[in-house]
Design a protein around this ligand. Sequence first.
Ligand code: F6R
Length: 362
Amino acid sequence: DKAGYKHFMAKEIAEQPTVLADALRGYLEDDRISLPGEELDFTKVERLTLVACGTAFYACLTAKYWFEQLARMPVEVDVASEFRYREPPITPGTVALFVSQSGETADTLAALRYCRDKADKIVSVVNVAESSIARESDLALPIHAGVEVGVASTKAFTCQLNVLLLLALKAAVDRGHMTQEALSETLSALRALPGILNAAMARSDDIERVARQIAEARDVLFLGRGLMYPLALEGALKLKEISYIHAEAYASGELKHGPIALIDKTVPVVVLAPRDALFDKSVSNMQEVMARGGKVLLITDAAGAAEAGQDVWQTIVLPAVPSVLSPLLYAIPAQLLAYHTAIAKGTDVDQPRNLAKSVTVE
Ligand code: F6R
């Protein structure tokens, strides 16, 4: 049931504020993070290994930044298809964590089985609670996204991010890198996030206007730094999946090491850059793009828009949020941009060609 929306994808994008609010309630007892099922004590964890495919892999990549920054924990991240055949050494003290919407992705399941007798604990972050990956884990953490029908993952991605952020915050507190006061502050920002996501949804018409022009492009680049780098990867994946436009993402600092050769006036460059500690660096990368005739679509907040200069082709302005929450917010315009571009191109957004919702063969 599309509940009045034209596509499941549109419905699932719009549902995010509600499902995130519900999901959060499932993990909080007042201002304490409480995991469903068995407790996970991060003081005993030396290293985290995160494994997934596709969008779930980008959620893991985001989580690496959170676990490292907030909890000072060593984290490895890999795509399941590489991880399983590389057979990496898993040393004592390792918790292996698998992220999967369906819980049935063949490569992710095989990677989990590889870790079975090697890791201290197998944890999964899943949407389908009765799935193989959930069943074969010591601890399965539900993301509470509800059924996701659209082949391109949207609400599952932000709900995965939500659980991973809560885990990183718990790790930060367990390991003495975050006070209860700082945690309470972040949690209240997280509780306010659904309202802010709705404000971002209200940019949908602006995004639709830009998307009509993006739909003319053959190639699109996405750039981001820090927490916005994995999101740039996710934005590019979403765009190519449903609009069939070739899209690539790079860490902004990598631009001058090759991809800048691609820039000309036919290549829109989407820059994801809230006004955070890395903003000045992103601006200088953006200027390098504009100096070569590249058209920059800047997604930022009001402070970022004010500082970005006049030469930016298009700007989408989002509410300002604490840096740590920016991936959850910036996912919305990334999804809407892909959606509206695909609509402008007339592709089948819910059933993109060549793709299946659940990849149960490798
Ligand atoms: C992208 C997308 C895929 C999945 C990937 C993993 O929009 O949906 O990249 O994220 O196939 O699937 P799960 O999460 O079910 O393991």
